[in-house]
Design a protein around this ligand. Sequence first.
Ligand code: PLP
Length: 384
Amino acid sequence: MAKKITYLDHNASAPLLPDAKRAIIDALELVGNPSSIHYCGRKLSKIIALAQDKIAKISGAKRDEVVFTSSATESINQAIKGAVKALNIDKIIICAGEHKAALKAAENSGVGLEKFSLLNNGQIDLLQFKQILGKIDESEETALICVHEVNNETGTIQPIREIEKIIAPTRHYLFVDAVQAFAKMELNFSSRFVDMMAISAHKIGGPVGVGALLMKSHCDEVRLIEGGGQQKNRRGGTLPAALIAGFGEAAIEFPKKYNEQLLKELIEKIETGLRKLSDNLVVFAKNSERMGNIINFAIPGLKAEIAMMGLDLEGVQLSSGSACSSGKVAHSHVLRAMGVSLQLASESLRVSLGWNSTIEDVEKFLSAFAKVLKTRKFAKMVKN
Ligand code: PLP
C-alpha cells in the first residue's frame, strides 16, 4: 500500500492542480510546432497566446510582456546576464537574500557586485541599500538592482515599492524575482517601476519546466538563449505548448484555491502547537510582514536533518534551511544574511502550505513532530 504523504513543502514545488493537468494532457494530444504557419502550428500558437493572456492578467502585465522560459532560474539568468550585455550595466546591486540563481548569475555576470543585507526580521536593509546606491550615483555608473518580492525561506514580503520610488528618477534598472509572490498577491507589473520580473509555474500548481520573464519593451534586447527568432527574438527555442497551457491554467485556477486567510490560521495552529511542544521555539522573521502560508523555525539542539529524517519516516515532507550537497552541509544564506548563528541556521525547518493544505495536515505534522522530539529525548537518555 502506498504511504500516505503529508506534503508541507509548497514553496519548493506545489502539487499540480487538476485543471492544469487537464490542460497539459489536452495540449499533448496535438501535433506540430507553434511557429509553423499551417493549421497545426496555428492551433498550438493559439494555446500559447491564451496562456500568455492568463499569465498577463494575473501579473498585471501586457500579453507581449510575457516571455516564456524553462524556469525562473533561466528567467533570472536572462534578466541579469542579458541586462549586463544589452543595457550597459556597470554594476549589480543585489540583496544577499536572493535565490542562489540570482546570486550566482550576478557573480558570473562579468561586472562588479555590491551586496546589501537583510535585517534581523528578514526584511531588506533599505538603509544599506540607499548607501550603496548613493556611492554608485556619485560614480555615474548604471546599476541593475536585483531584489525579491517575497522570500522563499521566510515568507517575508519585501518593501519593493520603496525601492521603486528610490530608483524611478534614476537611470538604474530594477529586476524583481516574484516567484513566491506571483498569483498570491497583486503584482501590477505594467504600472510599476520594475523593468523585469521572474515567475515560475511549479510554485503555483503548474508543471515543472516552464517559467516566464516579464519584460518591459525597452528591455527587448535582454537575451540569454539565441535561437530561431521565437518570442520576437527574446528567447529562442520551440515553445512547449503543453507546459505553457498548464502554466496558464494554473495562473487562473491557483488564486481561486489559494486561501491566504485559511493558511494563516493553519500556520498559527502550527506555531501554537510547536510552542506547546517546546519552550525554546524560535520563529524566524517573526516580526516582519510575512505570507500566511509559511513558518520557518528552529528548536535549539534539534538538528534539522534529524528532525527531517524522523518526519520523513512519518510521511511528513518539509524543507530544512540547510541543504546537503556533495556531502557538504550548506547553511541557509538567507538566515545567515539575517544574522542568525551558524548553529541555529543548521537547525531551521520550513513548513510551507498551499492550495490543498488542510487542518489534517497540521494535526499530522504536530503529532509526527511530537514523536520526533520524544525519540530524540529517548536517544539522549540511552546515550547518557
Ligand atoms: N526564485 C525563488 C524565490 C524561488 O523560490 C525559486 C525556487 O525555489 C526560484 C527562484 C527558482 O525557480 P525554478 O524552480 O522555476 O527555477
